[in-house]
Every structure is written in C-alpha cells, then in structure tokens.
Design a protein around this ligand. Structure first.
Ligand code: ADP
Length: 462
C-alpha cells in the first residue's frame, strides 16, 4: 500500500467494519431483548383474555372461541391437561412441555416464558370444574426480528455506500494537492525556480504550499545572486586581465621608447595590484560570511586608532590637495571590538572619501560618544551619490561609476557593512550628488556574544 490514497481508504474500510460490527451486535442484541419483553407482555395479556373468555362459554364452544382468538390476535394456542395430554392444540407440543409444566408450579406469578429464535411461548395454569389445565400461547417472532435485521442491514449498506463516496471525495481533496506539490518539488529539483503551487485555504496543506512557494522564491533569489556574483567576479577579473594582456603584448616590441615602456609597465603593475586587492577582498568577505568567524574582541582606544588611520592616508589626501579636518575628543574613547577588522572599516571609508572627492576638496573625521554608543562620522565634499546609488552601495560589486574611471572593485563597503554588523553596529549614509557624502557608523559599548550568534544566523536566513 504505497499511496496515501490507498492507506486512507483501507483505514476507512477497517474502521467502518469494526465500528459497525460492534454497533450491529449491540443494537441487535438490545432489540431482541426488548422485542422478547414486549412479546411476553403481549402473550400474557392474550392468556388472560383467553382464560376470561373460557369462563363464559359452553364446553362445546371452547374450541371455536380459541380458534377465533388465535386468528384475531395472530397467536397459536395449546391447551393440555396437567398430565400433559393435549386437549386443544394449534402448534406442535413443545419438547419440554412436561418440564415446563412442572416449572410452572414453582413460578410465583403463575407464568412461564419459553423462547427460541423462531417462537416465544407463554404458559399458565387454570382450573375448570376441579380439573387442572395448562394454557400455552405462542407467537412467531422470527418475522419481527428479521424486519429489524433487514432495516439494520439496509442502514449499514446505505451508510457504507454514501460514506465511501464522501470519503473518496475527501481523500481526493487531500491527495490531489499533495500530488501537485510533489510534481512542483520535482520541477524545483530540475532547477525551475519559477514553479509555484496554487492552493486556496489556510489548512495544513495550504501552509505547506505557502512555505514551498516561499522556499522556491528564496532559492530563485539565491540562484540569481549566485549567477550575478559569478558574472560580477568574472567581469572584475576580466577587465584588468585584458589590460595586462594588451600592454604585455606591446611591451614585447623591443623598439618601444623607454618612456612608453615605463608607462605600460606601470599600468601592468597597477592592474595586477588591483587583481590582488580584488582577490584579497573576496577572501575577506568569504571569511566574514563564514559560520565559524570569530572576532578577536579587545578593549582599545578608538581615538588612537582613528588618528593612526588618518596619518596613514594623509599622503594620499595631500596628493589630491584634500584637507582632512579631525574632530576627535582629546580624551581617549575606548571601545570593545576587533581592532584589526574595525581598522579596515575606517580605512575603507576614509579611502573612499578621498577617492571620490575632487582635488582641493574637504574631508572631516568626527568621533563622539553617545549614551549607548560611539559614533564615527566621515564626511566629504566629493562627487556624492543619488538616492538610487545610496540604496545599493553596500551590495557586493555595486559601483555607481560603471565606467570604473576611479580604481576600486565595489567590495569595500560590503566588507565595511559585514564588519559593522558583526559588532552590532549600524552604518548609514547621507549624500547629495555633486555636494558630498556623510557616512555614520554607530557602535554599541556592550557586546553580547550570544546575540552575535543569533544575528549571524538571522543574516544567513535573510
Ligand atoms: P569601490 O571599490 O568601487 O570604491 P565600495 O564598495 O567602497 O567600492 O563603494 C561602492 C560604491 O559606492 C562606489 O563605487 C561609489 O560609487 C560609491 N561610494 C562609496 N563611497 C563614496 C563617497 N564617499 N562618495 C561618493 N560615492 C561613494
């Protein structure tokens, strides 16, 4: 029995069979007892009527009267002497008549009741002119019992047929959506992520279908992201590789003037560094995404760290004649976090600010302590971004400048966001095209490792 359908039907048939066997047995037994009691009373009444009539009629009319009563009451009558000699008989003398007569003497109510599956017989004593007689009145009960048995069988048959039809319809209602879901699952396994199952209803199957549709959608999105990622990665690798390949081919020309040779070598160096940075960034993101990422949390001075990062990038800013304004309180602001990873956050943000600010621009690095967190704000008077760009800058490989006129690979801010998330912090951007940008990073003082785990799994699911 491999299908649910078969199991449901077998279950139904077995339960119907068991329940009707029990119910039928008790109903028939109960009916038979009630019928017997009812007939006993009826026969006793008939006995009384016969005895009553016999006291008024003449001896030669007794036979006729008994026949009349027998016909009108639909009973059979037997009268015997006490020594069991039959005086008047309409039915065969019962085998145990003698025993019955002797039993009668012991009965207080004066009646005896005998019964087999066809007949019920009531007997009593009476006396005429000093002679003892016994009167038996018998009724055929098989007919009444059979009528009831037939009714019960008819009802059972009817319930069985109607129940089976209704059950088949219900089983169909249950099994069909499961079959549809199975087909959809097979489609999904083949890679068709657009598959969905339609089912109206909020029952268990409805909820299962909804979850399936959601799962298919999520898998579709994941697949899309994966494909996008592969295409982005190959694109990011392809551009510098094409450039390296082209300039290396030119460099093979021995007659190339030294200045050009120098220039092309520099380009090759620049592109290979870019490739190296790209693979480093990808590796870093993979590590940050990993289940087993552990932060090396320590309590350290954020003030010192920011000064250090600014000094390391000051030269780059100077090259573009950009002034960096530092608004950091003199008093040390301590923070609990992974020093190396947070350093990466400030480097990426400040590096972007310099990269996307034109010559002679202005950058400011601000640090302040709030009641529950510390806030680092890095602003610039650079090229800024429109709202659409602001919505996507934390995504992998997103770059507003599709022409890639400025060096970079679109992974810097994705790394920043991952690190800030791991510290339960937030990052926000306010920007205006051609005016400048402000990046706000807020990091809480208190860190809870248990919460970090929750957050990580939430990020993975989301
Ligand atoms: P990239 O390596 O391209 O700089 P990022 O992830 O660091 O990658 O930044 C993603 C994109 O966000 C950049 O390509 C740029 O379009 C935009 N962006 C980042 N920082 C700034 C900024 N300070 N001013 C203007 N645009 C910025």
């Amino acid at each position: 029995m491999k299908s649910i359908y078969g199991k449901l039907i077998l279950g139904f048939l077995v339960s119907i069979l068991i329940s009707f066997s029990f119910a039928g047995y008790f109903v028939l037994k109960n009916n038979s007892e009630e019928l017997s009691e009812f007939t006993r009373v009826e026969l006793q009444d008939a006995t009384r009527l016969i005895l009553n009539q016999m006291t008024y009629v003449e001896d030669d009319q007794v036979g006729q009267v008994l026949t009349n009563i027998s016909e009108s009451l639909n009973v059979a009558i037997l009268v015997s002497h006490d020594d069991s000699e039959i005086v008047y008989g309409q039915f065969k003398k019962p085998d145990k008549l003698d025993e019955a007569i002797s039993n009668l003497k012991e009965k207080k109510d004066g009646y005896i009741d005998m019964r087999n599956s066809f007949f019920q017989t009531v007997g009593t004593h009476f006396e005429i002119d000093g002679t003892q007689y016994t009167l038996f009145v018998q009724k055929n009960i098989s007919q009444q019992e059979n009528i009831f048995k037939h009714s019960v069988l008819l009802a059972v048959g009817f319930i069985f047929i109607v129940g089976s039809v209704v059950f088949l319809i219900i089983a169909d209602i249950i099994v069909k959506p499961i079959t549809r879901l199975t087909r959809a699952t097979q489609e999904l396994a083949k890679g068709n992520y657009k598959v969905s199952v339609n089912y109206v209803g909020n029952d268990e199957i409805g909820r299962l279908n909804k979850s399936f549709n959601l799962m298919a959608q999520q898998l579709g999105k994941t697949e899309q992201t994966r494909q996008q990622f592969i295409s982005d990665v190959s694109h990011e690798f392809q551009t510098p590789l094409t450039s390296i390949n082209g300039f290396a081919t030119i460099l093979k020309n021995e007659d190339l003037p030294p200045e050009q040779r120098e220039k092309y070598t520099d380009i090759i160096l620049f592109e290979s560094r870019r490739l190296s940075q790209l693979s480093k960034n990808m590796l870093q993101l993979t590590l940050l995404d990993g289940e087993d990422i552990t932060l090396n949390v320590e309590n350290y001075s954020l003030t010192e760290q920011l000064h250090r990062v600014i000094s390391s990038l000051e030269e780059f800013a100077k090259q573009k004649d950009i002034e960096i304004d530092v608004n950091i309180p003199k008093k040390d602001i301590m923070i609990s976090g992974d020093q190396n990873r947070l350093e990466q956050v400030w480097i990426n943000l400040l590096n972007n600010a310099i990269k996307y600010t034109n010559e002679g621009g202005y950058i400011s690095v601000n640090l302040k302590r709030n009641s529950k967190d510390v806030e680092v704000m890095i602003s610039d008077t650079g090229i800024g971004m429109d709202e659409e760009a602001q919505r996507h800058i934390f995504e992998r490989f997103y770059r507003e400048d599709k022409a890639r006129s400025v060096g970079g690979n679109g992974l810097g801010l994705a790394i920043v966001k991952s690190i800030v998330d791991l510290h339960f912090g937030t990052i926000k951007v306010k920007s205006q095209k051609d005016v400048g940008s402000e990046f706000y990073v807020n990091l809480p003082y208190e860190r809870n490792n248990a919460l970090k785990e929750v957050f990580k799994s939430y990020r993975k699911e989301g």
